[in-house]
Design a protein around this ligand. Structure first.
Ligand code: TRP
Length: 444
C-alpha cells in the first residue's frame, strides 16, 4: 500500500524548470527547425507562434487548472471534475504517454549513442552507414534500453529528489549550451546561407491545411500537451502560483529553444557545404549531416559535437521523464503501488513496447503518427471541451494566485467556442494522414 502524502515540488522555480524540461526536447531541437525550413521559413515561424498563442497556451492553462485543482493523476483528476464518464479519457492519456515514450526513447537512444561517440572517438568515416547501424537493429535496442534505465532511475527518485533536482541542474545547462552554440555558429562562414535556408520568408507555403495541421500538432508535441503531462506536473503544486504567468514563461522558453536550435543547426551544416545532405531527409540531417560537419571542422569539431549531442540528450531525457511520470503517477494513485515499483515495472513494459520501433524505423514512424499526433489531437480537443464546458469553475481555480489577471473569461470563451472547431479540422487531417500512412505501410 502507498499511504504516503502526495509529493510536492520544493519550489516554484523547480516546477517551472521541470515543465520546461518536459517541453524542450527532440521536438524542439530536431523537428522544429526542419518543419520551418521546409514549410515557409520565417512565415512558418509566425504561424507556429500564432498557434502556440491561440491553442497551445489555452490548453496548457486548461491542463494546469485540472491538475492543480484536483491534485490527482490524470484518470482520477478527470473523474474528480467530470464524473466516471471521463475516466476513459484519462486512460487514453496514460496510454498516450506509454506509447510516445516507447519510440521517443528509441530516438533518445540514438542520441545517447552519438553523445558517447562524440566523447570517445568523434565523427569520421561513413556517417550514413554509421547512422544506419545506430538507427535500427540490435544496436538501437541496446541504446534504447540504456536510455530507459536512466529515465527510470530518475523517476524512481521521486518528484523532488529525482525530477525536480535533475531539471534544476540540467535545464540551465541546456540553455547555456544552445545559446553558446548559436553564437558560435553565427561566426562561421556559412552562417548567412544557413539562415537563408532556415528563414527565407515564403507566405504562400503556409496557406495550406497541411501546414496549418503540422504547425498545430508540432505545437502540442513541443509543449507536451494533449496527454496529461502538464496536468500531472501541476498536480504536485502546493501553493497557488500564478499559472497564467507560468504558462507564458514555459511556452516562451520552449519556443526560444526551438528557434535557437535552427539558428545553431543550419549555419553548422552550411559552413561545410553539406547542404546536399540536408534536403534528402529530416532524420538524416541531424544524425548524418551534423556529425559530418563536426568531423570536418577540425579541432573545434570535437567539443562542439560533444556539447551539441549532450544538449540534445538532456532535452530528450527531461522530456522522457515527464512521459514516464504520467504513467507512473497514474499507477501509484490507482493501484497504490510504491513509486519505485511503479517506475520499474512500467519502465520495463515501455522498454519492451519500444523494441519494434528500435528494429524498424517504419514502425517508429507509425507509432509517432498515432500517438504523437492523433492521440494528442483527440486529447487536446477533449481537454478544451472538458475545461470549457464540463469542469465546474475553471476560472475560479486559475484565479487563485492570479487575482489581477483580467482575461480569464476570454480564455474560457476561447476553450468553448474557438478551440474545438479549429481542433476538429486538425483532427480530421490527422486521421486522414494516419490512414494514409498505415495504408502506405502495407503497400496499398
Ligand atoms: N515536448 C517534448 C519534445 O518536444 C516531448 C514530450 C514530452 C511530449 N512529454 C510529452 C509530447 C507529452 C507530447 C506529450 O520533445
Amino acid at each position: 500500500m502507498n499511504d504516503a502524502p502526495r509529493e510536492q515540488w520544493a519550489s516554484r522555480m523547480g516546477f517551472v524548470l521541470a515543465a520546461v524540461g518536459s517541453a524542450v526536447g527532440l521536438g524542439n531541437m530536431w523537428r522544429f527547425p526542419y518543419f520551418a525550413a521546409e514549410n515557409g521559413g520565417a512565415a512558418f515561424v509566425f504561424l507556429y507562434l500564432l498557434m502556440v498563442a491561440l491553442v497551445g497556451l489555452p490548453i496548457m492553462l486548461a491542463e494546469f487548472a485540472i491538475g492543480r485543482g484536483s491534485k490527482k493523476s490524470p484518470i482520477q483528476a478527470l473523474e474528480y471534475f467530470g464524473g466516471p464518464a471521463w475516466k476513459p479519457l484519462g486512460v487514453l492519456f496514460v496510454l498516450g504517454g506509454f506509447l510516445i515514450l516507447s519510440y521517443y526513447a528509441v530516438v533518445a537512444g540514438w542520441t545517447l549513442r552519438y553523445a558517447w561517440q562524440a566523447v570517445v572517438a568523434g565523427f569520421g568515416g561513413d556517417l550514413g552507414a554509421f547512422f544506419g547501424q545506430a538507427a535500427s537493429g540490435p544496436d538501437a535496442v541496446g541504446w534504447h534500453i540504456a536510455f530507459m534505465l536512466v529515465t527510470v532511475t530518475i523517476v524512481a527518485g521521486g518528484i523532488r529528489g529525482g525530477i525536480e533536482r535533475s531539471a534544476v541542474i540540467l535545464m540551465p545547462l541546456l540553455f547555456f549550451i544552445v545559446v553558446g552554440l548559436a553564437i558560435f555558429a553565427a561566426t562561421l562562414p556559412g552562417a548567412g546561407a544557413g539562415y537563408a535556408f532556415y528563414l527565407k520568408m515564403d507566405f504562400s507555403a503556409i496557406l495550406s491545411f497541411r501546414v496549418l495541421t503540422e504547425a498545430t500538432s508540432q505545437a502540442f508535441f513541443s509543449l507536451s500537451l494533449g496527454m496529461g503531462a502538464m496536468l500531472t506536473y501541476s498536480s504536485y503544486l502546493s501553493r497557488d502560483d500564478n499559472m497564467p504567468r507560468e504558462s507564458v514563461i514555459i511556452a516562451g522558453s520552449d519556443f526560444l529553444i526551438a528557434f535557437l536550435a535552427g539558428l545553431m543547426v543550419f549555419p553548422l551544416i552550411f559552413a561545410l557545404g553539406l547542404a546536399g545532405d540536408v534536403s534528402e531527409d529530416q532524420i538524416g540531417a541531424l544524425f548524418i549531416a551534423l556529425p559530418g560537419a563536426f568531423g570536418e571542422m577540425g579541432a573545434v569539431g570535437r567539443p562542439v559535437g560533444i556539447l551539441f549531442f549532450f544538449a540534445l540528450l538532456v532535452g530528450a531525457l527531461t522530456s522522457a521523464i515527464s512521459l514516464l511520470e504520467v504513467v507512473v503517477s497514474a499507477i501509484i494513485d490507482n493501484w497504490s503501488w510504491p513509486r519505485r515499483r511503479a517506475a520499474l515495472v512500467m519502465g520495463v513494459l515501455i522498454t519492451l513496447a519500444g523494441i519494434p520501433s528500435a528494429l524498424n524505423t517504419n514502425v517508429l514512424g507509425v507509432v509517432d503518427q498515432i500517438a504523437g499526433n492523433l492521440i494528442l489531437a483527440v486529447g487536446a480537443l477533449s481537454l478544451a471541451i472538458f475545461v470549457g464546458w464540463v469542469m465546474p469553475d475553471p476560472i475560479g481555480e486559475v484565479r487563485k494566485g492570479a487575482e489581477g489577471v483580467r482575461w480569464l473569461p476570454v480564455w474560457r470563451a476561447f476553450l468553448r467556442y474557438a478551440v474545438p472547431p479549429l481542433l476538429t479540422v486538425i483532427l480530421y487531417f490527422s486521421v486522414r494522414s494516419t490512414i494514409g500512412m498505415i495504408r502506405g505501410l502495407f503497400g496499398g
